[in-house]
Write a protein that binds this ligand. Structure first.
Ligand code: NAP
Length: 288
């Protein structure tokens, strides 16, 4: 379910429809400044992860922003090296300490590696202990979600996945929606790859709506019922990326953007350094 500003998760909790991502925002001053700028602009959701190495900076921004904790929505993620019940609970405590918080709003299993079933129990217990308001996953495909849904006492509320005009994942997004799991787009701009900000189709549609390509992409994702967490460290872009809710792509626009789908990740999990990691961690899938 959605209103303009937020989605209602499958446990009834309201999650802002847009937030600031802080991946690759490692410099502590820049990270803190960009979050303060975003919160000042109206953002209420921040997306970090243990592996981003900036939870302390995020925590400082939360402390110094002047907005009551209850009005903020903070997401962090469990790295695969901590993916079992006890390790997950310890990792969450470490994240909370770094963030200076006694709870996070959303805690995600970052990647589908490790003892997922066991880690999920740890996350469920953390909900019972009041350390997390909602739990979910990231980078899970349909097969992994189906396994988890069978075993879970608490169904995942969110799947945070790569989603942008070049990789639209209609089948997975449909599956998530049918199962009451909110899709959240990471790399909504494909990190600027393949000239996304100057693509002629996107530029034409953006011109028609009097907006920028970045705003058009975020509006297009929003129209598909998908939460967004664009990253920027620049105040003018942070503001631009917040102001897209009035933009309504029509059916023709949706069809034109749909035609840009390449059907393939621009950040493939199975290539480069991920390949050996997946092979090693794949062993643990037997313990799912
Ligand atoms: N769960 C996962 O595995 C996973 C993986 C990747 C990302 N994420 C999350 O998703 C967030 C967003 O993804 P992302 O950071 O990878 O990529 P992204 O948001 O698609 O793109 C960020 C890039 O676009 C630039 N940019 C931002 N707004 C712009 C605008 N309006 N016009 C032109 N350029 C603009 C930024 O540069 P400047 O900063 O210089 O403006 C940065 O280089 C991350 O920060 C992270 O929180 C999660």
């Amino acid at each position: 379910m959605t209103t303009d500003d937020f989605f209602v998760l499958n446990n009834g909790i309201k999650m802002p429809c847009r937030g600031l991502g802080v991946f690759q925002n490692k410099n502590p001053e820049t990270c803190e400044e960009s979050i303060l700028c975003a919160i000042n602009r109206g953002y209420r959701m921040i997306d970090t992860a243990a592996v981003y190495g900036n939870e302390e900076a995020v925590g400082r921004a939360i402390k110094n922003c002047g907005v009551p904790r209850g009005q903020l929505f903070i997401t962090t993620k469990l790295w695969y090296a901590d993916c079992s019940r006890d390790m997950a609970k310890r990792a969450l405590d470490r994240s909370l300490k770094k963030l200076g918080l006694d709870y996070v709003d959303l805690y995600l299993i970052h990647e589908p590696y490790g003892w997922i079933k066991s880690a999920w129990r740890g996350l469920e217990e953390s909900v019972e202990e009041g350390k997390v308001r909602a739990i979910g996953v990231s980078n899970f495909g349909m097969a992994e979600l189906k396994k988890l849904l069978v075993q879970a006492n608490i169904a995942p509320a969110v799947d945070q996945i790569e989603l942008h005009p070049y990789f639209q994942r209609a089948e997975l997004v449909g599956f998530l929606q049918q199962n009451g799991i909110l899709a959240e787009a990471w790399a909504p701009f494909a990190e600027g790859k393949r000239g996304i900000f100057t693509h002629p189709v996107l530029t034409d549609i953006a011109k028609k709506h009097g907006c920028t390509v970045a705003q058009l992409i975020l509006a297009w994702l929003h129209a598909r019922g998908i939460a967004v967490i664009p990253k920027s460290v620049r105040p003018e872009r942070i503001a631009e990326n917040f102001d897209f809710l009035g933009i309504s792509p029509d059916e023709e626009d949706m069809r034109a953007v749909a035609a840009l789908d390449g059907g393939e990740s621009l950040f493939p999990w199975d290539k480069g350094w991920r390949r050996p990691m997946r092979k090693i961690m794949g062993f643990f899938h037997t313990g799912f």
